[in-house]
Write a protein that binds this ligand. Structure first.
Ligand SMILES: Nc1ncnc2c1ncn2[C@@H]1O[C@H](COP(=O)(O)OP(=O)(O)OP(=O)(O)O)[C@@H](O)[C@H]1O
Length: 313
């Protein structure tokens, strides 16, 4: 079945000569949340801008809900809501009117019942008569989402939804996105916070220098590319790492009571069995062991450097 968004061989070269996108193809399923990650200037905003009809591609095609964004742009655009990164609101207008106004811009008739539903789901109904300038930063961001949802889009683009916001607000935004997912909205978000992708996205797409270098389910990516750290708690503290265990990258905790060992989950041999055997042979007794999965940030750095090596090889 075709996805709600079908991107085929999309390319963009700006007038300046910058090649911002090269041959990007991606199918996005209805109802999924996909996070686009990539370093600054990778091409994420260009990709979103093309789908939303703000930038014209130099090659390839995009269909949204089966509508080509070039030949059937009106129908395509009606299915899309865009939450920009910058907060731009009419300061003296009320929340309710701001959202109504945006709906009007899409050429849709008044539907206050829908706007009420949107405002309630974003916990803004109580603020419907407040001027937007009186709202907190978190509320303002939610108003931007309400505006983007005003015409009942099936797809929502969130361009760095939590850039520059504090941790509490970021969690609040994650909850909002979770609610939207439950409502069946397909969400494409860009982010620099890898924790955010890890927390919210069903799939992660990595863009580097205009190329979509990888698209994978988040869990699979974490498992496949993950490194783990094994922490071995010791019964009695060590003053130094025993000679037999030298050269394996072991780290001794400052208090001597734990050893840390990084290993690749993809490797045929992790070296854990040998490590534990050698510790026993040295007479070191182990109290407990635990492992920690590396986070997406660490995985991402490995990935980008790996694919860059492949390209230059
Ligand atoms: N209007 C434009 N004219 C010329 N070059 C542009 C234009 N917009 C973007 N670029 C260039 O295209 C490349 C991709 O930019 P884009 O904004 O899509 O990246 P990004 O991944 O969104 O980056 P960031 O994470 O910093 O927002 C960059 O080299 C950028 O300088």
């Amino acid at each position: 079945m075709a996805g709600i968004i079908e991107i085929e061989n999309l390319s963009k070269q700006y007038g300046s000569g910058t090649k911002a996108l090269s041959d990007v193809s991606l199918s996005i399923e209805e109802g999924e949340i996909i996070a686009l990650l990539g370093p600054n200037g990778a091409g994420k905003t260009t990709l979103i801008s093309i789908i939303c009809g703000l930038v014209v591609p130099t090659g390839g095609s995009v269909r949204v809900g089966g509508h080509d964004i070039a030949t059937d742009w009106r129908a395509a655009r009606r299915l899309i809501g865009l939450v920009p990164q910058e907060i731009a609101l009419e300061p003296f207008e009320t929340v309710m009117n701001s959202v109504r106004f945006t709906r009007g811009l899409y050429g849709e008739g008044r539907d206050d019942a829908w706007i009420e539903q949107v405002l309630r789901s974003l916990a803004l109904w109580g603020k419907r008569d407040a001027a937007t300038k009186e709202l907190s930063g978190g509320m303002k961001r939610r108003v931007l989402i309400a505006k983007a949802l005003s015409h009942k889009p099936k797809v929502l683009f969130l361009d760095e939804p939590t850039a520059g916001v504090d941790v509490a607000l970021r969690r609040e935004m994650w909850q909002v996105v979770e609610q939207l997912r439950r409502d069946g909205v397909t969400i494409i978000l860009t982010t620099h916070y890898l924790e955010e992708a890890e927390e919210m996205a069903d799939r992660v797409g990595v863009i580097d220098r205009g190329r979509l270098v990888l698209v994978k389910p988040t869990a699979e990516l974490m498992g496949e590319f993950g490194r783990k750290t094994l922490t071995i708690e010791l019964d009695a503290p060590l003053t130094r790492i025993p000679d037999r265990l030298d050269g394996r990258g072991l780290r001794l905790a400052a208090d001597g009571r734990a050893l840390a060992y990084d290993y690749d989950t993809r490797a045929e041999r992790t070296g854990i069995a040998r490590l534990l055997g050698d510790l026993a042979a040295e007479g070191v007794t182990v109290r407990d062991v635990s492992t920690r999965q590396s986070n997406l940030e660490e995985i991402f750095m490995t990935l980008v450097s790996e694919t860059r090596q492949e390209v230059t090889a």
